[in-house]
Design a protein around this ligand. Sequence first.
Ligand code: SAH
Length: 360
Amino acid sequence: MENGINEKKIDILSLSLSELETFVTEELGEAKYRAKQIFTNIHKGIHPKNITNLSKALREKIDEKCEYRLPYIEKKLISAIDGTVKYLFGLVDGNCIESVVMKYNHGNTICISSQVGCRMGCKFCASTIGGKVRDLTPSELLGQVIAAQNDTGERISNIVMMGIGEPLDNFDNVVKFLRLVGCEEGLNIGYRHISLSSCGLVDKIYKLSELDLPITLSISLHAPDDETRSAIMPINNKWGVGELLRACRDYYGVTKRRISFEYTLISGKNDSKENAEKLARVLNGALRSEKEGMPIHVNLIPVNEVKETGFKRSGDEAIKAFAAVLEKRGIRATVRRKLGSDINASCGQLRRENTKSKEE
Ligand code: SAH
């Protein structure tokens, strides 16, 4: 009962279609085609009790043997500026996570959480302050997309795994989720519409490259050298910048999928022109050879000021100058457009406020 889900019951939304087929034929003694009907309905957010093309007796049998609960809306904030919707979702065991729906011209994108809390300890990040509570199950990962889609009433076509938690620290559940979400019979969101952001678990990057999952990988680099990076990201003590970039080059070599790099600009910590020159040198050196090289894209994110960390956002001039250095060295740099600035849309802070107010 670690995550509040009754272990005697089957977490039906975590099952793949073939696992569901086995369950339907072997446990329920029903025809195999029923599995597809059930799968399609539960992935739309319909509770097994309410699947109208099944007999009442079968619905009851499923309900008796299976658990089906979507995250519920504990709080919801809508940006008056750009329509970004931020959810604080409650889970079966009362824990909370955050998801954000952003509206772009090319469709709706959801940013989902991968764990309750995080144990990576990045110094600037609100999600990691209380440590990791637990991993999310595949159904809880999927449930965020289903619940948000049903609430907004609009199709979600893109997913970014950039919310609370480190997705590669919850590897098996995340991989299962990625396979589920791409299913034609379910949400049908293809791998090319999914990005996963990681602080750089090198062993898992190699593992991911062996799977046939053409998602986009984003790496939270945030510093060009070990000294600067270790000071803000403890994971760098385990795998340094050089090892991380070697894993990135390998990932690109195997998958041919471009990796983008995130770089959070923190005033006086990592935002000088020298830092930018070094970053360009390191990226070009590690990822480009004379014959071939991977196109490099750096996403610059002015740090979101979190009360507890005391880090300050870089000034606009410093941000522009940093981007200009990268561009001069042949690296595409974009400054992330800030959506939902009036609702504190970056992940981690709403859950933190909510946890704090419950403690008080
Ligand atoms: N654990 C994953 C994904 C979650 S964080 C990762 O590290 O990539 C998503 C992105 O937001 C990461 O690049 C992270 O470093 C960044 N981030 C976290 N706190 C931030 C803050 N206060 N301001 C700006 N970016 C932040």
